[in-house]
Every structure is written in C-alpha cells, then in structure tokens.
Design a binder for this molecule. Structure first.
Ligand code: NAD
Length: 287
C-alpha cells in the first residue's frame, strides 16, 4: 500500500492514541501540537502503551524499537504536513479551529495527500469545503482509548471519492482496526447515541435520581454496557462531550440540549481524567 507518511494534528487524548496505532501499523508519524506540554504528555502516554504492550507480550522488543523510531513530535504544522500521504486532524471540536487547520494543511500538503478528520460530530462535507480538495477529505472517527477500541467509523462527505474511502479503510486496517463506512449525518451512528445517553445521565444526576456510582452501576449491570455514562464521559472529556452536544443541539434539535449540570462541571474545570477530576476524582489513587 502506498501512503507511508502519516501526520496527526493535535496530541491530546485522541491524537496520541492515533499516533501510537499509526507507528504500530508501520507508518512514519509526525505528531503535531501547538502545546509543548501536550507533546510531552503524549510522549509519556505513548511510552506507557509501549511498556504495557511489551509486558503483556503483545509486542516484541524489535517491534517496539522500530515503532518508537518512527514517531516524531513536532510543533510546526507546516513542516509536518509538507511530505505527508495522509493527515488525520484531532484538534478540539470547534469549527473555527478545524477550519484554520484545514486551510493551513491544504496550502502546504502535497496535492495527493488525503485529509481525515477525527471529528465526533461535524460534517466532513463542510470540512472538505475549507479545502481545494473536497474529494480527498473524509472523517475517520476513532474511539477512546484508541489502542483498545476496535472500530474506526468512516464517514464520507458529499464530495468524497471512492479512492479516498478505500484508502482510509486500508489505513485503518493497517492500524489493526475494523471499519464501518457510513454516509454523513450529524453525529453519525456512534456519537448520536453516545451523546444522547451521556447527556441524559447528567439530567438524572441533576434531578437527584441517584449518585454517579448508582447511575453507572444501573446502566452497566442492568443494560450490559461495558462502562457507565459517567466513567465514559470522564474518559472522553466533559469539554469534548459538551462541544459535541452543542453541535448536535444546533443541528438535530432540542433532544440534544446540553444538561446545565454538564455545563457547570465544565465551567469549574472538572473536565475528566485528563485533568485528574471529572464526575469522579482520580487524584487520590495516583492516576
Ligand atoms: P483534546 O482536548 O484532548 O486534545 C486536542 C489537542 O489539540 C490539544 O493537545 C491541543 O493543544 C491541540 N491543538 C489545539 N489547537 C491546535 C492547532 N491549531 N494545531 C495543533 N494542535 C492543536 O481533544 P480530544 O479529546 O483528543 O479530541 C480531538 C478530536 O477528536 C475532537 O474533534 C473530538 O470531538 C474527537 N474525538 C474525541 C474523542 C474522545 O473520547 N475524547 C473520541 C472520538 C473523537
């Protein structure tokens, strides 16, 4: 397969995971972030993944050595994009931010380079319209934690070509993932359901229906979900979930209005595991 050089933009929760499965899949990966601190955190997290992979026998020393050497952390997006075959964007879910990233990479990346967005909700058609290559733009929706979750949901925009869709399916497979290819509609399949359930859980908490532990337990043991909605939102990031809900509220209507309690948690800075506290507090147990 052609397409060896992968650039991932945004080294947060998702970007670092995509970079990790990218190097394991044999890509040379540039991981880009505007924040040095985010890159350092990403490096530490990726190293932890390598160590776990080695200790569990999922990776050999040789594979880990080769994969580590394929990862390049960088703050300059122009330099990173210049020689890429595929760029996967994973910056926060804000339209203006994504627009500026896509306008920049469209200017500097080679004409044949494919652009994918890891957006949870936004329109790949609209994102494609920020570029002069809409047929080469698509959404690759990874799940958190990326190295454990088997699926990449691929969403075609109106102008996305068959070649682009085939190419990103191959990329996802090379990263060891299953794929499902769907047509565009806000929230796709997975975010539409996940945001609805997660938001409803905040309404329940707000109404005093039970504690977060009770609600999570009921959903896990009663409905056979692997994680409770609060455990999941702490992993996803409450800020990320709120941005997704705002987008779905605008596009799909009232049933996605963000719960005021979720807004309040975000205002207070309780945005999840990435800062040590979300609905639950992770700071006492050394995480
Ligand atoms: P995050 O906040 O953890 O990380 C985003 C990173 O992007 C930060 O490190 C930030 O410094 C960096 N960034 C901001 N502006 C930048 C720029 N101009 N250039 C380079 N880097 C920049 O966010 P996340 O949770 O990783 O989410 C990223 C995207 O993935 C969003 O679109 C989100 O909706 C989507 N997503 C998130 C999850 C999840 O569980 N968190 C799951 C699937 C998809």
């Amino acid at each position: 397969m052609k397409g060896h050089q992968l650039t991932v933009i945004g080294a947060g929760v998702m970007g670092r995971g995509i970079a990790y499965v990218g190097v394991l899949g044999g890509f040379s990966v540039n991981l880009v972030d505007v924040s040095e601190e985010a890159l350092q955190n990403a490096q530490q997290e990726i190293e932890k993944n390598f160590e776990k992979g080695l200790s569990r026998g999922k990776l050999t020393d040789e594979e880990a050595k080769r994969a580590r050497a394929q990862l390049n952390l960088i703050t300059n997006m122009d330099d990173a994009a210049k020689e890429s075959d595929i760029i996967i964007e994973a910056v926060p879910e804000r339209k203006e931010l994504k627009k500026s990233v896509f306008e920049t990479i469209d200017r500097v990346a080679p004409k044949k380079c494919i652009f994918a967005t890891n957006t949870s909700t936004m329109s790949p058609t609209e994102i494609g319209s920020y570029t002069n290559r809409p047929s080469s733009v698509i959404a690759m929706h990874f799940f958190n934690p990326v190295h454990k979750m088997p699926l990449v949901e691929i969403i075609r925009g109106l102008e996305t070509s068959d070649e682009t869709a085939d190419f990103v399916e191959q990329v996802a497979k090379r990263m060891g993932k299953e794929t499902v290819v769907v047509n565009e509609f806000p929230g796709f399949v997975t975010s539409r359901i996940s945001c609805l359930v997660g938001n409803e859980a905040f309404y329940m908490l707000q109404e005093g229906l039970g504690t977060p532990e009770d609600i999570d337990k009921a959903i896990k043991l009663g409905l056979n979900y692997p994680m409770g909605p609060f455990e999941l939102v702490d992993l996803v990031g409450l800020d990320t979930r709120l941005n997704n809900l705002r987008y779905l509220h605008n596009t799909l209507g009232e049933k996605y209005r963000p719960a005021p309690l979720l807004e309040q948690y975000v205002k207070s800075g309780r945005i999840g595991r990435k800062v040590g506290i979300g609905v639950y507090d992770y700071r006492d147990n050394g995480e």
